[in-house]
Design a protein around this ligand. Structure first.
Ligand code: NIG
Ligand code: FE
Length: 393
């Protein structure tokens, strides 16, 4: 493949570097800036585009805002079918329960590889169109060794950030035998999936897996070379967050229900609290208390959790708007959590920021500042997207 053409983006009214040392405020904002991309990387940032290295293409930002591409560090995109009826029932009062996952498991098992691949690509394209340039993708709707292997293999065709989530829910053929299912997950299933995955995840929740089972799966995953991340505190307080911290997980995701001890554990760890407010929107649950986490000093990320059950939004901008409106994050905190925060949750230093050496993942919006992502909810502000220096939108 030819290297991407070099590009100069000039007359940027507000450049969000998401690199706090590089400019003003927590977002490291530079005014009236220009950025050059070459070889898929950011190679130059400055005030005066005429001083930039010569580039093949020039793009006039016309005073608009350029941000790092969003890093969506939590999504479930290998599945078939949808659960619109379940959503409708929830909106008239039925609570979200882990068991709904089985509906998608049945549809996914019945789908062909090509159907799963097409749905995954459709969702990734939808994300790109909204400014997302890095996506984590979980398995978890196959729940047999062959089906989970297929899911992580197909996910790995599209992203480096693949998560094995065999421990999503106990499938029907193991009803009454959760211990037997955990043995399968940590045995044949893990062996089949580990070569395609970077991460291991467990849905640690009532109706899914308890603390002991979660520990068994995460430890087996770690022994197979996968790094833990945990679904924790989505439906109630539980052992998931502290286990995540104890086992050095990259992130504890959801964090909707947290004890004081959970908050303290997160604050004194490298484990990122990944908040997924589109889920609270779609399940009518209370939103996570982002201020409590931030004020305690915990690292926070925002992600979509895009999945057919608990929340089917692929929009990081929607999550930013919810975080500002419903979770009392400032627009700067929310945008940082959706870029550098997501990168931290994926232990990536090359994405989620616009600084020299970073991957040239950038998002130009039809607005003068990042604040408009929350201030203009539901508005398609994305004007241009580059991934590794290649113009995608
Ligand atoms: O992150 N909580 C567990 N897994 C997903 C939901 C999956 C589903 O309902 O299909 C989540 O919310
Ligand atoms: Fe999830």
């Amino acid at each position: 493949m030819n290297p991407p053409a070099s590009t100069l983006v000039h007359d940027i009214g507000e450049l969000v570097t998401a690199d706090p040392g590089a400019g003003g405020g927590p977002l490291g904002v530079l005014r009236d800036a220009a950025v050059a991309f070459d070889g898929g990387r950011v190679v130059w940032i400055g005030a005066d585009g005429s001083r930039a290295p010569a580039c093949d293409t020039a793009v006039d930002a016309a005073g608009r805002c350029l941000l790092p591409g969003f890093v969506d560090s939590h999504a479930h995109l290998v599945f078939a079918g949808d659960r619109a009826e379940e959503f409708t029932a929830r909106m008239t009062g039925r609570p979200y329960a882990a068991g709904g996952i089985r509906t998608t498991v049945a549809a996914t098992r019945a789908a062909t590889d090509e159907e799963l691949r097409a749905n995954l690509r459709r969702l990734l394209a939808e994300m790109t169109r909204q400014g997302t340039t890095t996506v984590e993708c979980k398995s978890g709707y196959g729940l047999t060794p062959a089906q989970e292997e297929r899911a992580v293999r197909i996910a790995a065709e599209e992203t480096d950030e693949v998560t094995f989530l065999g421990a999503h829910v106990v499938p029907p053929e193991y009803d009454g035998d959760a211990a037997g299912y955990v043995r399968a997950v940590t045995g044949d299933m893990l062996a089949a999936c580990a070569p395609h995955a970077r991460w291991i995840d467990v849905f640690c929740e009532r109706g899914a897996f308890d603390g002991e089972q979660t520990r068994a799966v995460l430890e087996a995953g770690a022994a197979a070379g996968l790094t833990p991340r945990v679904h924790a505190g989505q439906l109630g307080e539980g052992p998931g967050v502290r286990l995540a911290v104890e086992l050095g997980a990259a992130s504890a995701d959801h964090c909707t229900f947290l004890s004081d001890a959970d908050v303290a554990a997160l604050a004194s760890s490298e484990t990122v609290a990944t908040l997924l407010p589109a889920v609270e929107f779609s399940t009518r649950q209370p939103y996570p208390d982002a201020r409590r986490l931030l004020d305690a000093g915990a690292a926070v990320a925002l992600a979509t959790d895009c999945n057919p059950g608990s929340g089917y939004s692929s929009s990081m901008a929607f999550c930013v708007a919810l975080a500002v409106r419903e979770m009392r994050m400032t627009p700067a905190e929310a945008v940082l959590a959706a870029t550098a925060g997501g990168a931290r949750a994926l232990r990536r230093a090359d994405v989620g920021r616009l600084s020299v050496g970073a991957r040239a993942d950038a998002h130009l919006i039809d607005a003068p500042s990042h604040v408009h992502l929350a201030y203009r909810p539901g508005v398609p502000l994305t004007a241009a997207v580059w991934k590794a220096g290649v113009r995608r939108v």
